[in-house]
Design a protein around this ligand. Structure first.
Ligand code: HEC
Length: 237
């Protein structure tokens, strides 16, 4: 961020009542957006099947519709698309800090999809102020549904709690290079399918799932998986 931008923001902030650091961060995010300095980040969706020109009203990338592979790909692409374009308002990892609604609760069914795609396409303007920019034209439909897929697969609050002790032990084993990697992978997969989403989507894209995916038998993968569990467990508390 440039000094002049900071100076401009400081000037605009002066004269307002004192605010906490978090609130300043929020204001900075809004000012940056309002100044057009934050441009929507394009999302590469080449790996996803085409869905046509007409905007759909139901997520085409769910596993039940498109198969596990497309679903998994959509989650990854949506992760990057969401965290680059939506997280500054809706929260990192879709955990809202209160500035904008927590999107994890949008029902993973046609009703939630219609509402999602309406906001994604057109954004939201109130009394002439853009509260949320429109993304439809800029990012396109495939990116929209990939982001939707990522959002609906976020674990709900406290979703890891019941498994935290065991995941902590597995994490320690992975970091120490101990245990049978294949058995650990299987156990992580078994835990992953029990972790719940708030949207009602059948499978959560949790730290347990990501760690299981990462394990390929190599020592570096074990470390990487261990780190993912550490981050997942600390975010849960
Ligand atoms: C500049 C801040 C900002 C950004 C960036 C932003 N949003 Fe929003 N979004 C909002 C606000 C504020 C609302 C609440 C509007 C309202 O009152 O209905 C909202 C509402 C929504 C809703 C409706 C939620 C509900 O429960 O009613 C969806 C869906 C949504 N946003 C999706 C997204 C997606 C997807 C992205 C990224 C591609 C995104 N938003 C980026 C600020 C933002």
């Amino acid at each position: 961020m440039t000094t002049s931008l900071l100076a401009r923001m400081a000037a605009q902030t002066r004269g307002l009542r004192p605010v906490g650091l978090a609130a300043v961060g929020v204001m900075v995010a809004q000012l940056v957006w309002a100044h057009g300095d934050v441009t929507p980040q394009p999302v590469n969706t080449d790996a996803l099947p085409d869905v046509g020109e007409e905007w759909l009203i139901e997520n085409p990338y769910r596993a039940a519709t498109a198969g596990d592979e497309v679903w998994a790909q959509a989650v990854l692409i949506g992760d990057s698309g969401y965290n680059q374009n939506c997280a500054r308002c809706h929260g990192l990892g879709v955990v809202s800090g209160g500035l904008a609604p927590d999107l994890r609760f949008l029902e993973a069914a046609e009703y939630g999809d219609e509402w999602f795609v309406e906001r994604f396409q057109h954004g939201y303007t109130q009394d002439g102020t853009t509260k949320m920019p429109a993304f439809g034209e800029i990012l396109g439909q495939k990116a929209g549904w990939a982001i939707r897929t990522y959002i609906e697969t976020r674990p709900e609050d406290g979703a890891l709690d019941a498994f935290a002790d065991r995941l902590g032990q597995i994490r320690d084993q992975l970091m120490a290079g101990e245990g049978d990697p294949a058995a650990i992978k299987t156990e992580l997969e078994e835990i992953a399918v029990q972790i719940k989403t708030a949207s009602g989507a059948p499978i959560a894209d949790s730290a347990a799932r990501r760690a299981a995916l990462a394990l390929d038998g190599s020592a570096s993968a074990a470390k990487h998986a261990g780190e993912m569990l550490t981050i997942g467990l600390s975010a849960a508390h």
